[in-house]
Ligand binder design. Structure first.
Ligand SMILES: *Cc1c(COP(=O)(O)O)cnc(C)c1O
Length: 375
């Protein structure tokens, strides 16, 4: 019997692996695997979300006008050039879908965000990885990988899963080195965690260049991951092309209302940034103290740390041992990081807890063999 055949480029997709929220044996665990907000959601955003239940029978505003205006006002942008998405994931897919297709290449750095190869393949384009530089984005390597077939370049800044940051000068150099007909997508999912002086200049580039798109999300610092709200900012023709292929009612009414309220709660965002900086710095110190056991933190500016395991205890063993202690982190062998664990910054209790657990695990008396990884 024959059956419908997926297109070969769809067959070639390695599915996205979401962060887990329960252990191998089904226990609910402390989830530090998806870079979610440890402080929850702004109370103002929750109230706005709840109020939206009065209009459940109505379609949402397809143009998300109030949300786009709120975003534009907050960032000093032109609302007509803001596009809303079902998470910023949708914006990434729209960028690939509008500007790349069969025979084209979509470029990103090794250890880049795992959605980029999916976004490329989905539209029949070829994903191309440029080498990293010590886990960070290497502008020279990216520029060297550009070919006449390159249509889109994705750069996450800070990057996920590495947490590394590309500064303003380097980003400008990347843009200057790209042909004008290559779309540079700067994915700023974690930008709100940066200190103000760490502005990477992507919005300023998007204001004047013909080929720069910046993406943002409400899923991370704003704590609205469940509602799926993201947005992009770019030149009018780029945004217009993406609108043509966007689902018409792609952000729910409750999501739009909650996002507007979240944008207005500067106190919540500031508290989240401070919490993250404090506990990230603290956990980096704890990891540095385990350096003699072969643990090393990749320098991060995001709300997570990529911990490399280069000693006696492997990342896989630590992953299992953490799970047994009720902590779920992200082990990323599928992304070329079998030796790394990405750990989100949680609450104080969770962060202290995972540091204790790591200390115990690497101190295991008989090393890897002594770890109870058999469960
Ligand atoms: C989390 C994340 C996103 C987007 O998530 P959405 O929930 O779809 O908005 C985009 N890019 C990177 C690098 C991320 O880590």
């Amino acid at each position: 019997m024959t059956a419908p055949a997926p297109k070969p480029w769809i067959d070639a997709i390695a599915p996205y692996v979401p962060g887990r929220s329960s252990t191998d044996d089904g226990r609910k665990a402390i989830k530090l695997s998806s870079n979610e907000s440890p402080l929850g959601t702004s109370p103002a955003a929750i109230a706005a979300f709840e109020a939206a239940d009065r209009t459940l029978h109505r379609y949402p505003d397809a143009a998300a006008t109030a949300l786009r205006e709120a975003i534009a006002a907050k960032h000093g942008l032109d609302p007509a050039r803001v596009i809303h998405g079902t998470g910023s994931d949708e914006i990434l897919h729209l960028a690939a879908g509008a500007f790349a297709g069969q025979g084209d290449e979509v470029l990103f750095v090794r250890y880049g965000f795992s959605v980029y190869p999916i976004a490329a393949r989905r539209v029949g384009a070829e994903p191309v990885e440029a080498p990293d530089r010590d886990y960070a984005t290497d502008v020279d390597a990216l520029l060297a990988a550009v070919t006449p077939k390159t249509r889109v370049v994705f750069v996450a800044n800070p990057n996920n899963p590495t947490g590394t940051y590309t500064d303003r000068r380097e980003l400008a150099r990347l843009h200057a080195g790209l042909p004008d007909d290559v779309l540079l997508v700067v994915d700023q999912a974690y930008a709100e965690y940066l200190a103000p002086e760490d502005d990477d200049g992507a919005f300023a580039l998007a204001q004047i260049a013909s080929n720069v798109l910046v993406t943002r999300t409400f899923s991370k610092i704003h704590g609205l991951a469940a509602e799926r709200i993201g947005w992009g900012y770019g030149p009018a023709p780029v945004i217009a092309a993406m609108h043509k292929i966007r689902a018409p009612f792609n952000v729910t009414t409750a999501g739009q209302e909650a996002a507007i309220a979240a944008l207005g709660d500067d106190g919540f965002v500031a508290a989240s940034r401070e919490h993250n900086l404090h506990w990230r710095t603290w956990l980096e110190g704890e990891i540095a103290a385990l350096g003699n056991a072969g643990l090393r933190a990749v320098p991060t500016k995001a709300n997570f740390i990529l911990i490399l395991f280069e000693g006696r205890v492997t990342a896989q063993e630590a992953y299992q041992a953490l799970m047994e202690r009720g902590y779920i982190v992200r082990w990323l062998p599928g992304q070329g990081l079998p030796h790394g664990l990405r750990v989100s910054i949680g609450t104080e209790e969770e962060t202290r807890g995972i540091a204790d657990a790591l200390r115990e695990i690497v101190a295991g008396p008989t090393g890897a063999a002594g770890l109870a990884v058999t469960a």
